[in-house]
Design a binder for this molecule. Structure first.
Ligand code: UDP
Length: 419
């Protein structure tokens, strides 16, 4: 009977379907495992890198911690595995970032190795060709070595700050570090135009751990198979030359990652308040000061009030991100004087978290008052928005100096905060 039926004509594939087939073929055996450090400024570039690599034909598996865990539904093309980081609630809410970074490197080791073991032995999946992990997850180099898997590092900061971190042993030997208050204004002759006060330090009760983390980050990056950076040669050429001499591995400054696509990343840990765009639409071109200090920086109430009055006294409209937790000891805006917002007659829009890429690209934005986290710095440079620099800690200080004195696209507030 079958023989008498007309043969079903095989439907010819259209161009798109052929392309997908080609991509699927290429994807075979090209699985990458990515492991971001669980902080916003590290998650965003890692997920953007994952998206770039996926578009080049790689399959993407993301391992993430329970702490600041990711939402897989935003990335249907990636496979996600969550690992227990073992952080106690008190540890996870610690304001000491040094302690937290060190703990993550200790407590994630076994769960990460177990997860990698499982992934590598899963015969139903494509073989893994490489691990890409955040440079601050330095413990992963030993794990990758023991599994005989190449590890490539994602350094989420700029080239210039990596040069400074790599120079820490020299800076200690020459007496610049630990920083002495009497030397703050001294030039670091080995790293112009940085002064001692611009060195990437942080307030911590564990200063020795900070030096240890920096040393591990640098050494385990040097031991890796290559470093990817969210920066570009034209911006940091001489720093790239320096790094190429110091790091005996391939270096790929292939940023800015967010410019590869028209759509932005949805790796945001907090909901982005879209009302800011409608508010910006009503403001004059280049009139608005956008103020945001990123996901980790914290201010005293006194600093917060100086900033509030400074913004008010500027007489410019302003869009201000006050993240819950930005002001130490406050939930949100309680410390603003009563009636503060009302006196501004709609000139201010305060939100908890912004769609920052869209905000910086908006024609109404004329300046960015920033803490100079690397992502914010790069995003502002890409949109041509000049910066008011107020770095808080670590690489932000180096970034602020480069913005104001090397690239000359901003001014740094250097003499304290005064309304
Ligand atoms: N960001 C955002 N909304 C905000 C503030 C920041 O989406 O209201 C994003 C910003 O675009 C950047 C990241 O969060 O990609 C912050 O990273 P950055 O390195 O600037 O600072 P960090 O938070 O690590 O201090």
């Amino acid at each position: 009977m079958k023989a008498f039926l007309p043969k079903k004509k095989k439907k010819k594939k259209n161009h798109m379907e052929n392309q997908i087939d080609i991509q699927m073929d290429q994807r075979k055996g090209r699985r990458l495992v990515l492991f971001p450090l669980p902080f916003q400024g590290h998650i965003n570039p890692m997920l953007l890198l994952a998206t770039i690599l996926h578009s080049k034909g790689f399959s993407i598996t993301i391992i993430h911690t329970n702490f600041n865990s990711l939402n897989p539904s935003h990335y249907p093309n990636f496979t996600f595995h969550s690992i227990p980081d073992g952080l106690l609630e008190s540890e996870a809410s610690s304001l000491d970032l040094v302690a937290l970074a060190k703990l993550l490197n200790i407590k994630c080791t076994d769960p990460f190795r177990d997860c990698m073991d499982k992934l590598l032995s899963d015969a139903s999946e494509e073989p893994i060709s490489c691990l890409i992990s955040d440079s601050l997850f330095y413990f992963t180099q030993a794990v990758a070595d023991s599994l005989k898997l190449p590890r490539v590092v994602l350094r989420t900061g700029g080239l210039s700050s990596l040069v400074v971190f790599a120079a820490f042993p020299l800076l200690r030997e020459r007496g610049y570090l630990p920083i002495q208050d009497s030397q703050l204004e001294e030039l670091v002759v080995e790293l112009p135009p940085l002064k001692v006060k611009d060195l990437p330090m942080i307030n911590t009760v564990y200063p020795d751990s900070y030096y240890e983390i920096v040393a591990c980050m640098v050494n385990e990056s040097k031991a890796s198979s290559g470093i990817i950076l969210n920066s570009f040669e034209e911006l940091e050429l001489s720093e790239l030359d320096t790094l190429r001499q110091e790091f005996p591995i391939p270096i790929f400054p292939i940023g800015p990652f967010h410019k590869y696509f028209l759509t932005s990343s949805s790796g945001s840990l907090l909901a982005q308040d879209q009302s800011s765009i409608a508010w910006l639409d009503k403001q004059a071109s280049k009139s608005v000061i956008y103020a945001s200090f990123g996901s980790l920086a914290a201010l005293s109430e006194a600093q917060f009030l100086e900033i509030a009055w400074g913004l008010a006294n500027s007489k410019q409209p302003f869009l201000w991100v006050v993240r819950p937790g930005l002001v130490r000891g406050s939930e949100w805006l309680e410390s603003l004087p009563s009636g503060f917002l009302e006196t501004l007659n709609g000139r201010a829009h305060i939100i908890k978290w912004a769609p920052q890429l869209e905000v910086l690209a908006h024609p109404a934005v004329g300046a960015f008052w920033t803490h100079n986290g690397w992502n914010s710095t790069l995003e502002s440079i890409c949109e041509g928005v000049p910066m008011i620099c107020m770095p808080c800690f670590t690489d932000q200080k180096v970034n602020a100096k480069y913005v104001s004195q090397v690239w000359k696209v901003g001014l740094q507030l250097e003499n304290g905060l005064d309304r």
